[in-house]
Design a protein around this ligand. Structure first.
Ligand code: SF4
Ligand code: SF4
Length: 1918
């Protein structure tokens, strides 16, 4: 510890005052011995400042010693980087009449390499000595009050602050500054009041001020005043005048030194002034809606080329921007961030994405920008700054903006203004596209030069505009241009002469705007946001309708909220000080980029250079302006937020999720291995650890030598997920699982009910080993904290570090409310931790509190990775934490704004290595156990964490997935379909997870770890910890960009930094000195009561401020024995005198009564748990000491109290009763933020309150004595109503409470009130939260209702139903009845289901006008059952079987069933082969945006009318909804979209505008050939399709009957393609009519799409008989005849009146059934050799695999109706065709077969003895599939074939063994579905385009156009 002293002026010597600074490395009690002169009688002083510091930054140095030259402080300046930059820049506009040219000698004002304190001191000193300001004025210029929103502040003071803000931004952060120049000594507290500061004034005119009371013993009778410094206030002693100056008087004097108000009125410019003086002679139109859409192509927003150019995507519009303007706040997401870091992404991330927001944790607090918005402000002056050294009128000649976002109209005014000499220069931040990647850096240099020239030329504002970007110009990223110009101007000292405004199409989200502001933007116009929204309005997609003004105002409202939140998470309150503060860390940017644009920003792992950034910009440009429009017509959604096929990689992709679930359910290590493999793939794509290679041992160990799994799993914990954010079922399942294996689960901050934590069941123990104590303090009682193994303090969480959270009222069920000690239905706010953790000292106190409250629990602190976390962790280790969690940015399961999820926090790899290294360097590693967490899932992840320094690992997402989570990312909507993240009783019933799932996962994971350990040569886990030398950068990283990263810093072994250090975490115990606790005395005295031997004990104790957390350990003893209930009232009665230390009576249990005569410090009665605390002033104070005018206890009193009573005779400081949820508290006045976040209990304040009373208060009631009628101004009215106290109930309660208060404290004030009762009651107001009122009213109504019910039920007992039944909506019962058995190709089989008696459809009107609920549509609406026309009717014709009209009727409701999954499995490998953008078009259909749905559909599928009719819809088999319910009717919706398009004439041919000159021949006009032709034609190639048949369409034409696919539908498409310019040649047999070689020679490429035409035969006896046909022959001939195309000579096979047997199932078999029946077959039977599928999925056929279940297709239904039976016979084998005498088949001899598995697990078929049977048969149809393509063409071109005789292509390619010859469809991949054929054709076309043109704008999987331009390799990389 360091102690420093500052001497003041010598007393009576008459000499000039001398300041003496005495630094020393000692503890406070050594002061006198260390500095003997201080106790020398000759040494007199008027002032002494003593500063004792907790050395967080672990390397103390003399330079950092306080006091500095003028001041000392105990906090932190969060805005330092910006302040320093601006001070440097300010030097350019400074001049001093006094110093003249000598002024330059004082530069730089800020000396290099100083601490934040040193820097503040530099500036303060400079202002005092050169700036014509007194020390107090200089101080408040730098640290102003929160003046902007303070309605109680005087006008002159407000004016002063505004005026001074024109030359100085606040130095913002939590700090108590003390200062002295020899004459004045004073202190000023930050605007938030986040540091305690208490003082006594004595009769002898001495003031003692300290951060605690009790540091100096002062006789009570000597004290005349006990006070505290309030937020933003100053305390000043003038030693010359020997007076204390009150804050209001002092500031009024300063404010009135100059005519500031007049100056402001006359000189300040505002936007209004500029509008009024707009010099264009015409009035500006109010609206500006005719967006100037340059380079616009198309008629819808998605086609605006600039969106693609600036890196927009549809998600950005729909997920972020639209909700922002509709809700005036940012959209929420959940389940953390699992996408690649920008430096790994292959999807051209924008530069903003390389920046991660920093946030406050531990050493300074994040603040709550919403409930404490009185301290927040976005107002700033911009433009040329005046000379700070001449305070005067000139300094207010700036443009004052209330917030930084400008409209397009504002920009027009600003650009044109010439008012008062202001002029604006527009700098075009673009460069010529022809300059390619070399163009970027010169362009940056150019704009920097232009900026400097413009400033020199006198321009006052510079607009950095990328509006010129387009076809010919590439935009420089706005933040690159801005950063470079900002720093260039700072360097040239020109920055303060000009305002920088960014006009950009790139910025859109809150994070983007924050990055721009953080790097120096004064204002921003995100014009493309406004134009896009205007466009959406035009398209009718902006609901409700908004004019431009509404759009602008809504957007800025959302942005203002968002920016405030980002600032607040760093503890910064004003935009003025956030601007330019660069509070970001760059991840993956090369130092050259940092040095040019982002000077001083941390970028620890190097990264991409300007070349790469330029290439990414050019890729975007290329996508936007590729003149060959392919699939780049619309801006895409590559899945940055939700997983999308072919899009951005995600850690949690469908494959990984499916594998993990299969592994844990089947307990199969092979499945786990598949999971680990897919997880490794995604790890490489997304994370830093994926860029690291393990260095295995030369000689691996035998696995038997490696530590056992049962020991390894003990290092596992599950993440802190609250009961509330997840369901009871999920929460308790995790606990049971972790208890079973001896690992730990974590309650999260939502608490845990006693029945769970007292559970003793060995196998199903629901007690969570870790109890989290977060800022919400939900249900944190003495008993709760006593019953655990570990107590965890949550400083921050991965998904939203520095942010708070909220549990909405509808999620607060009875169970949750009981657990959290709150009220059902009342929302709960979980604020950022700024209440009791303002600093490292505070966390030390909290650690101590918790250890006192449970001495056996390990105390843990959870941090989030960011630069400097190692230093923070060291501070925490010194603060005696025993365990530290370093959480990664990607973790987090709860809801948060997308800005937080995506852009805050850093990877844990950086955090854990920094922490381990720093702890080792400080020899602290042995004191703490380190844990890493954040998307850790595999053994390899755990190994990397351990090698980097982690002792333990945490898992959140993985165990949730193991329990059934499918990453819906809907946690925040309460609609989790698998019952995990929901409190909805209906959905909770869907929870299928088991403890075994989690246990299996953990054990397989541990086995995985063991196998890695064996290969690494480690026997024990401990040996691995910190062995970073066993990691290396991967030489062959997955992405080219990854090669730019430099991981050396992370991979540095800590022992290289300091050797010989014990690194065994937790091997050295922290010393809490519990043996000297005052509690020990109390426990000893109360022993008999604790043991139950006595009922009461009384004791007297002396209180000192060093006795911290008194009462907590005594309470622990009670809680362990008596649980929540504690002891009977007053069992332990403690009388005390003195000063209570910090956390006096925290956690006080029921049965303890403590009375203190004296005063106390902060946190009194924190987490009060039923005990009672009474504090009153010493009885020997002087008679005129008025308790109500003096302070008695400190800040944050009763924080998180759940029950009990507290009476304080005197005032309390800030945040009285914060988060009180059940206690009664009375005081005689309180500071700011009283009753903040209160959710229950009662508070009575008998005097003035501070500002912001009741902010966020949602429950409980407060009564305030408002004699002065000031309360209204001071109350935050947002959530509460202020009422008179007039009801009898209130009056009686209040009177009794006051009486009790008098009885216990002797309050004279209260006695006076009671003497005048009830008249004095009129002086009170009642503060009653709206939400609480609502809940009480509802409860009352419910009670009345139930009373009526009771009366009714007296007469009818049968009506009594269980609660569960009541909670289950009627629809659910029917809903649950449906299963896959009822599906026909995914549709419901109508015949099998009785119409429900009381279905939801009966309850919800079928009217499409009804307001449908998309969020819960999957619960409310059942799957449509009307896919087909009635069987009887359709059997009468050959028309399509579909009920097109019926489907259309309810289509919106069906679309509402789609859950828009975070991971849409319908698009996954098991789902749609085309990667159709199903959730997107479902959503568009739901919103009736059919045209856009069509666009989206055509992005991936050329022929939806074919797939919508013929596809078996694998998408529906893997639909997430199908886990427990019928799937979404995807196929029907798809078909409806395209049919609507044809019907409405939206399908218009669009031939390419340019032709490439390349020609391509395609053989075959089936689905693959047609798809390839459409794609190749789209991008301008000349395509000719050759078809051997007389009609086009291949299989589509004749192979599929007209009942399934109308031939008009095929012809329509063919005609359409012809109109688009595709050439078709029919009746051309390639190989006969034209040679394949000739085609190849005549074209640039030849694509073979010949299908698979070689049918499988059945070579059994009798095969040669007549009447045996191939199915295709049967179908084709009939279709041709039916279409009227058969020649007279053609024959066809007629089943009329015949006995038909179809051999083989499948779709073709079904088509044969339907055809035979329509022809009039007498009987139809199908033989299937395989056994009958089960009705439900088998265990080995889990979701999302295609469900192999028994289904009924349309043909089966028809056979059932017509023949009265299902035509299918399973497990049957044909042995012989039997013929009649005429050689015609007349029967088939069969045998039944049995399928069993042999020893090797293979299926073996055996004939069933005596099962032979003869089936009569007139026609036998062989429908057994195809074996391969026809050989002629293959042979003529000498193409290689694969073993299945298909055309061989290179792996992952469509190129054959012959140059320029390609193959696609069934001839390449074998017989398959139509949808696969289309996909093959599309992808073959893409490859051909790339091969011919070098690049392509055709889409790859999922409709995503991939950039194919190669990344430059970094220097030295080969
Ligand atoms: S093409 Fe088939 S798999 Fe794809 S969405 Fe349509 S029905 Fe589903
Ligand atoms: S169709 Fe099914 S899997 Fe696909 S997004 Fe909708 S609910 Fe999810």
């Amino acid at each position: 510890m360091q102690v420093f002293a500052l001497g003041g002026p010598q007393g009576n010597t008459g000499q000039k005052s001398v300041l003496v600074k005495k630094p020393g490395l000692l503890s406070p009690c050594q002061l006198w011995a260390y500095f003997p002169d201080l106790s020398d009688p000759d040494y007199e002083t008027h002032v002494a400042i003593i500063h004792s510091r907790f050395s967080t930054n672990t390397f103390p140095s003399w330079e950092r010693a306080h006091p500095q030259r003028l001041m000392a402080h105990n906090g932190e300046i969060n805005t330092l980087r910006g302040n320093v930059n601006l001070m440097h820049a300010r030097e350019g506009v400074m001049h001093s009449p006094e110093y003249g040219d000598d002024l330059k000698k004082l530069f730089p004002i800020v000396e290099p390499k100083l601490s934040d304190s040193g820097i503040v001191d530099n500036v303060l000193e400079f202002l005092c000595f050169t700036g014509q300001r007194s020390l107090p004025e200089a101080m408040i210029t730098m640290v102003p009050e929160a003046w902007q929103n303070d309605v109680t502040m005087t006008k002159d003071k407000k004016a002063f602050y505004k005026w001074s803000s024109f030359v100085m931004e606040p130095w913002d952060g939590p700090a108590l500054f003390t200062f002295s120049d020899g004459r004045y000594v004073g202190a000023v507290l930050d605007r938030n009041g986040l540091r305690p500061s208490r003082f006594y004034v004595t009769k002898s005119n001495v003031m003692y001020m300290a951060s605690e009371v009790g540091v100096v013993d002062v006789p009570p009778e000597e004290i005349v005043q006990k006070g505290r410094l309030k937020p933003g206030r100053m305390l000043l002693v003038d030693t010359k005048e020997k007076i204390f100056k009150r804050d209001d008087i002092l500031k009024s004097e300063i404010a009135n030194l100059r005519p500031i108000q007049q100056w402001l009125e006359e000189e300040v410019l505002t936007m209004d002034t500029l509008y009024d003086n707009h010099n264009h002679g015409h009035k500006l139109a109010r609206e500006d809606s005719s967006a100037h859409l340059t380079d616009y192509r198309g008629s819808v927003m998605e086609e605006d080329r600039r969106l693609a150019l600036f890196g927009w995507n549809i998600e950005a519009v729909t997920l972020l921007i639209l909700p922002m303007v509709q809700n005036k706040k940012e959209a929420l997401g959940s389940m953390g961030n699992d996408t690649p870091l920008a430096c790994l992404s292959r999807h051209n991330p924008r530069l903003f994405e390389y920046f991660k927001q920093l946030f406050a944790q531990v050493t300074n607090p994040p603040i709550d920008p919403f409930r404490e918005k009185i301290v927040m402000s976005l107002a700033c002056p911009i433009g040329p700054e005046g000379n700070i050294l001449e305070p005067g009128v000139a300094q207010c000649r700036r443009l004052w903006l209330e917030q930084p976002i400008l409209s397009r109209k504002d920009m027009r005014v600003i650009k044109a203004t010439t008012y008062r000499g202001w002029k604006t220069m527009v700098l075009n931040t673009v460069y010529d596209v022809n300059d390619d990647t070399e163009g970027l850096v010169p362009a940056i240099d150019r704009v920097c030069q232009e900026a400097a020239d413009a400033v020199e030329a006198g321009y006052t504002l510079l607009v950095l505009s990328d509006k010129k970007a387009g076809q010919n110009f590439v935009p420089i990223s706005s933040v690159v241009a801005l950063g470079a110009i900002h720093h260039h101007l700072i360097k040239k000292k020109l920055r303060m002469r000009v305002g920088l405004i960014v006009e950009t199409g790139e910025a859109r989200e809150v994070h983007d705007l924050c990055v721009l502001l953080g790097y120096g933007a004064d204002a921003i116009c995100p014009y493309l946001v406004f134009e896009t929204l205007s466009m959406l309005r035009k398209e009718g997609k902006l609901t409700p309708f908004m004019n431009d003004q509404d759009i602008y105002l809504s957007y800025i409202a959302a942005v203002a909220r968002g920016i405030s939140k980002v600032m607040a998470k760093m503890g910064i309150s004003t935009l003025q000080s956030y601007k330019g503060a660069q509070i970001f860390e760059a991840v993956g940017l090369h130092q050259s980029v940092i040095d040019k644009c982002f000077v001083g920003t941390a970028s620890r792992i190097g990264g991409v250079t300007f070349d790469v950034l330029a290439l990414e910009e050019l890729n975007r440009h290329n996508f936007a302006y590729d003149h060959r429009y392919g699939d780049n017509r619309i801006v895409l959604s590559p899945g940055f937020y939700q997983w999308r096929d072919g899009g951005e990689k995600h850690m949690n992709d469908p494959l990984t999720i499916a594998n993990i679930q299969d592994a844990v359910r089947s307990k199969n290590y092979n499945s786990y291995a598949k999971f680990a493999e897919s997880a490794w793939e995604s790890t490489q794509n997304c994370t830093l650890r994926g860029q690291m290679e393990l260095v295995f041992a030369d000689e691996p160990l035998d696995i038997s030598e490696v530590e056992d799994v049962s020991s390894i799993v003990k290092r596992f914990v599950t993440g802190a997920m609250s009961f509330g954010s997840i369901s009871y079922e999920a929460h308790s399942t995790l606990a049971i699982a972790m208890n079973r294996i001896g690992a730990k689960s974590n309650t999260g901050e939502g608490g845990e009910s006693p029945d769970r934590y007292l559970s003793k069941d060995p196998m199903n123990n629901t007690r969570s080993a870790i109890k989290q104590v977060a800022s919400g303090r939900f249900g944190v009682t003495s008993s709760y904290v006593s019953h655990c193994d570990e107590l965890q303090i949550k400083m921050a969480q991965g998904a939203k570090p520095g942010e708070g959270g909220e549990l909405p009222g509808y999620k607060v069920t009875k169970e949750i409310a009981a657990t959290r000690h709150s009220i059902p239905g009342v929302g709960l706010i979980s604020p950022p931790p700024h209440h009791d953790i303002y600093s490292i000292e505070d966390i030390a106190q909290l650690i101590y509190d918790l250890k006192a409250a449970n001495p056996v629990a390990r105390i843990s602190v959870k941090l989030v990775s960011e630069v400097g976390v190692g230093v923070i962790a060291s501070g925490i280790a010194k603060a005696k934490a025993e365990h530290i969690v370093i959480s990664g940015h990607d973790g987090g399961t709860g809801a948060s704004s997308w800005t937080g999820i995506k852009n805050a926090g850093l990877p844990w790899e950086l955090g854990i290595s920094e922490t381990h290294q720093t702890l080792v360097m400080n020899n602290l590693r042995s004191r703490v156990v380190l844990q890493a967490d954040g998307q850790i899932r595999t053994g390899r992840d755990v190994i990397v964490a351990a090698l980097l320094g982690a002792d333990e690992v945490g898992f959140s997402t993985a165990p949730l997935i193991a329990m059934g989570c499918t990453m819906m990312r809907k946690c925040h909507l309460n609609t989790c379909p698998v019952g995990i993240a929901t409190q909805d009783p209906v959905l909770r019933k869907k929870f299928r997870g088991t403890p075994e799932n989690v246990v299996n996962f953990m054990f397989m994971l541990a086995e995985d770890i063991r196998s890695h350990m064996a290969r690494l040569g480690f026997r024990t886990f401990q040996e691995m910890v910190g062995r970073a030398d066993r990691l290396t950068s991967r030489p062959t990283a997955n992405s080219e960009k990854a090669k730019y990263l430099d991981l050396e810093g992370i991979l540095t072994c800590a022992w290289k930094l300091r050797s010989g250090i014990n690194i065994v975490g937790g091997s050295v115990a922290q010393n809490f000195s519990h043996e000297i606790r005052l509690d020990n005395v109390a426990i000893e005295k109360a022993k008999d009561v604790l043991d139950g031997k006595a009922t009461k004990v009384e004791m007297a104790l002396h209180a000192r401020n060093i006795d911290r957390t008194f009462g907590a350990t005594l309470s622990h003893m009670i809680s362990m024995k008596y649980g929540e209930a504690g002891l009977p009232d007053n069992s332990i009665n403690i009388q005390m005198k003195g000063t209570g230390g910090q956390s006096f009576c925290a956690f006080l249990a029921h049965g303890i009564y403590v009375e203190l005569e004296g005063d106390a410090n902060d946190y009194v009665a924190k987490a009060l748990s039923g005990g009672e605390v009474v504090i009153y002033p010493p009885k020997d104070m002087s008679a005129d000491f008025k308790s109500e005018d003096n302070i008695i206890v400190g800040n944050v009193v009763l924080y998180g109290a759940t029950s009990g009573k507290a009476f304080f005779r005197g005032q309390t400081a800030e945040r009285f009763c914060v988060r009180n949820s059940g206690a009664l508290a009375v005081c005689e006045g309180c500071g700011d933020h009283g009753c903040e976040y209160m959710t229950g209990g009662r508070a009575v304040v008998l005097g003035l309150t501070g500002r912001n009373f009741a902010a966020g208060m949602s429950g409980g009631i407060a009564y305030v004595l408002d004699r002065e009628k000031l309360f209204d101004q001071r109350c935050n009215h947002e959530s509460v109503e202020v009422l008179p106290v007039d009801s009898a109930t209130d009056l009686n309660w209040l009177r009794d409470t006051l009486q009790e208060f008098v009885n216990k404290t002797g309050s004279t004030l209260t006695q006076t009130l009671l003497a005048d009762w009830p008249a004095s009651a009129k002086l009170f107001v009642k503060i009653f939260p709206y939400e609480y009122q609502r809940v009480l009213a509802e409860a009352e109504a419910e009670a009345e209702e139930s009373h009526e019910d009771e009366l009714t039920n007296l007469y009818d007992e049968d009506t009594i139903v269980s609660e569960v039944v009541l909670q289950t909506p009627k629809d659910q019962k029917h809903f649950d009845m449906l299963d896959d058995d009822d599906m026909i190709n995914g549709a419901v089989n109508v015949e099998n289901i009785e119409p429900p008696v009381s279905d939801i459809e009966d309850l919800v009107s079928d009217d499409e006008d009804e307001t449908l609920d998309k969020a819960r549509g999957f619960v409310k609406y059942r799957r449509a059952t009307n896919q087909y026309r009635p069987v009887a009717a359709r059997l009468q014709d050959w028309g399509e079987v579909y009920n097109h009209k019926g489907i259309m009727k309810g289509i919106t409701k069906q679309a509402a069933r789609c859950m828009d999954c975070g991971v849409p499995f319908c698009q996954s490998e098991n789902g749609c082969p085309l990667g159709n953008l199903i959730p997107k078009w479902n959503d568009l259909v739901f919103h009736n945006h059919w045209k856009e749905a069509l666009q989206t559909l055509l992005q991936t599928n050329n022929f939806p009318e074919f797939t919508g009719r013929c596809c078996p819809a694998p998408c529906e088999g893997s639909c997430v909804l199908a886990i427990g319910d019928p799937a979404v009717t995807i196929k029907n919706i798809e078909n409806a979209i395209i049919d609507a398009a044809w019907t409405n004439g939206w399908m218009e041919p669009d031939p390419p505008t340019n032709r490439t000159g390349k020609t391509i021949a395609i053989v075959g006009s089936g689905p693959s050939g047609l798809a390839a032709a459409a794609q190749l034609n789209k991008v301008g190639h000349t395509v000719t399709v050759y078809e051997r048949n007389d009609c086009l369409g291949g299989l589509l034409r004749y192979g599929i009957p007209s009942m399934k696919l109308g031939k008009d539908v095929v012809q329509r498409r063919v005609d359409f393609m012809k109109a688009e310019g595709i050439n078709f040649k029919t009746n051309v047999k390639v190989g006969e009519d034209v040679s394949a070689k000739d085609l190849l020679d005549q074209n640039d490429a030849l694509l073979l799409c010949m299908g698979s035409a070689w049918a499988r035969d059945l070579p059994i006896p009798g095969r040669k008989l007549d009447g045996i046909h191939y199915a295709m022959n049967f179908l084709e001939k009939w279709q041709r005849k039916h279409a009227g195309l058969a020649k007279p000579t053609d024959t066809f096979i007629n089943a009329n009146d015949k006995e038909v047997i179809i051999i083989g199932g499948g779709d073709t078999g079904v088509d044969c059934i339907a055809t035979s029946l329509r022809q009039g077959a007498r009987n139809v039977t199908t033989f299937e050799i395989l056994p009958e599928p089960p009705k439900e999925r088998a265990a080995n056929n889990p979701w999302p695999l295609w469900p192999k279940i028994m289904r009924s297709d349309y043909g089966h239904e028809e056979a059932k109706l017509k023949l009265g039976k299902d035509p299918r016979i399973f497990s049957i084998m044909s042995k012989e065709f039997v013929g009649d005498s005429e050689g015609h088949v007349c029967g088939i001899r069969t045998v039944l077969v049995d399928w069993t598995k042999d020893d090797t697990g293979r299926w073996v078929m055996n004939e069933v003895p005596d099962s032979e049977k003869m089936y009569p048969c007139d026609i036998a149809i062989l429908a057994m599939g195809f074996l391969g393509p026809e050989k002629a063409v293959i042979e003529s071109l000498s193409l290689n074939q694969d073993p299945r005789s298909n055309i061989e292509t290179h792996s992952g390619s469509y190129a054959t063994s012959v140059m320029r010859v390609y193959a696609a469809g069934d001839c390449r991949r074998g017989q398959s579905l139509v949808v696969h054929a289309i996909n093959e054709g599309r992808q073959a076309a893409r490859q051909i385009d790339i091969d011919l043109m070098g690049q392509t704008s055709l889409a790859a999987a999922g409709g995503v156009v991939q950039p194919i331009r190669e990344m430059a390799k970094p220097n030295g990389v080969v």
